[in-house]
Ligand binder design. Structure first.
Ligand SMILES: O=CN(O)CCNC(=O)c1cccc(Cl)c1Cl
Ligand code: NI
Length: 183
């Protein structure tokens, strides 16, 4: 099982590389990695398991964070409406997005960043994501709210982008309007 010792921290090259797309149809190995990433995220949210294995809670995880530069992510999060979003996705891609930008009031955190980095992280309010699931089926997800933010945080990891790269250096708590996000 993945534990914190498997998670690479700032300075590891995989966090700043553009991850490689996985072959289609995905190999057993890539599917298994996707499932292991999702299992970690679920485990990290289970109080007993988190305590037993000393896991820092997370609502998503990307393959580069375990040092493997492949385009694979996992998200497991209950959103503001109480809906559970649980996905392990290969070759995820944002194919469209709102002009409107949003952000989390409390900022963002990252298991690969062993420090607080305060500030608002501009994210698209709505996104459409295409990818391949662990049954090798193509999926298209229309997302908004917290789950959309998490997907953007994870897909950024696949492009070597850390959440704090997006915080306004001069005015970290200046509410982002329709910031021109480079994407
Ligand atoms: O890449 C994934 N992680 O680093 C896991 C730890 N971070 C979080 O759970 C987290 C916390 C706040 C906002 C967002 Cl968007 C995320 Cl993702
Ligand atoms: Ni992260």
């Amino acid at each position: 099982m993945i534990t914190m010792k498997d998670i690479v921290r700032e300075g590891h090259p995989a966090l700043r590389e553009k991850a490689q797309a996985v072959a289609v149809p995905p190999s057993k190995e890539d599917i298994e990695l996707a499932e292991r990433l999702l299992q970690f995220v679920k485990n990290s949210q289970d109080p007993a398991l988190a305590e037993r294995y000393d896991l820092r809670p997370g609502i998503g995880l990307a393959s580069p964070q375990v040092g493997i530069s492949k385009r694979i992510i996992a998200v497991h999060v209950e959103d503001e409406n109480g809906h559970l979003h649980s996905h392990a996705l290969l070759n995820p891609k944002i194919v469209s997005h709102s002009v409107k930008v949003t952000y989390l009031e409390g900022g963002e955190g990252c298991l690969s960043v062993d420090r607080e980095v305060p500030g608002f992280v501009p994210r698209y309010e709505k996104i459409t994501v295409k990818g391949i699931n662990t049954k090798s089926e193509p999926v298209e997800l229309k997302l908004k709210g917290l789950v959309a933010i998490v997907f953007q945080h994870e897909i950024d990891h696949l492009d070597g982008i850390m959440f704090y790269d997006r915080i306004n250096k001069e005015q970290p708590f200046d509410p982002p309007s329709t910031v021109s996000l480079t994407r």
